[in-house]
Design a protein around this ligand. Structure first.
Ligand code: SF4
Length: 285
């Protein structure tokens, strides 16, 4: 059986940058205790390493309830957070280490700028995803977030309304374009900003090729990772023998019976060591 590993498997530049920033932190010099607001990435292995370094995870509620000076340093994850979090950290005397991916910052700034111009921001994104909520916060929490076909059916605006369309960086390109077509029909002057990041676009293109050219596809990623789930959904539409795994223990021998070629791709938050382990196991099959 031939195994084709995608050139885009594993950490994207934004996750790599965030991971390096955290792992290279000099714990002797930083103001302690150090907390991270939510998981750095959707990967248990990565988050365990961060914990071992002495950085604990904290939720929004605990952060809000913390007393002045109780938290020394707060790390913001690659998905970003809203301006109210930065204000809260300042108010409570915390130092902030911001690992927000620059590509996410760009979308946050666009949402802010469009909203301040009085425009209606339509955001193609997963409703409860941290990145989407952060972008919406920068836009004054007034964005219309479109996640599902039901949301799509509600996309009706008066022709006078000024609209700007943005996207979560990991959105499905086909879904985003569908939203844009519908809006442009009634509101031809709507501003469209395709803010799906390059790495997400490349991975989406690549997973389609893998699904067409191979008998089966294995997508590696966490079930909580938006970009990994997206890759799985895209591949599954083309190739029914698409499997989604988070770690090596979930690989099943029967998936590869009677198969000549398998394509392997991983989400942006999957570390290289997990990909290697999975490849080794598939090779043995
Ligand atoms: S998927 Fe794109 S936007 Fe998200 S962290 Fe990676 S490079 Fe940045």
């Amino acid at each position: 059986m031939k195994i084709f590993l995608s050139q885009y498997a594993g950490f994207c530049s934004g996750v790599e940058r965030a991971f390096d920033m955290v792992m290279n932190l000099d714990m002797e010099k930083v103001k302690k205790p150090v907390f991270i607001l939510g998981a750095l990435v959707h990967n248990d292995d990565v988050n365990r390493r961060i914990k071992e370094k002495g950085i604990a995870e904290i939720g929004l509620k605990e952060l809000r309830n913390s007393l002045f000076g109780e938290i020394g340093t707060l790390i913001i994850t690659a998905h970003g957070d809203g301006p109210e979090i930065f204000a809260l950290a300042k108010e409570k005397g915390m130092n902030v280490i911001d690992t927000t991916c620059p590509k996410v910052i760009k979308v946050q700034r666009l949402a802010k700028a469009f909203s301040e111009r009085g425009m209606r921001v339509v955001l193609a994104g997963d409703k409860n995803h941290k990145e989407t909520l952060g972008i919406d916060s920068w836009g004054g929490k007034k964005s219309l977030i479109v996640s599902s076909p039901e949301d799509f059916s509600r996309l009706v605006f008066s022709p006078q309304e000024k609209i700007a369309v943005l996207s979560q960086t990991t959105q499905d390109k086909i879904f985003f374009e569908k939203i844009c077509r519908k809006i442009k029909k009634n509101n031809p002057s709507a501003i469209i900003e395709n803010t799906i990041c390059l790495t997400s676009r490349n991975r989406q293109k690549e997973v389609k090729k893998l699904a067409k050219k191979n008998d089966a596809v294995v997508v590696i990623g966490s079930p909580h990772s938006a970009n990994s789930k997206r890759l799985f959904e895209i591949a599954r539409r083309i190739n029914k023998k698409t499997f989604f795994v988070e770690n090596v223990n979930q690989i099943e021998k029967k998936w590869f019976e009677g198969i000549d070629a398998v394509g392997v791709i991983a989400g942006a938050s999957t570390p290289e060591w997990i990909i290697k382990e999975i490849l080794e196991k598939i090779k043995k099959m």
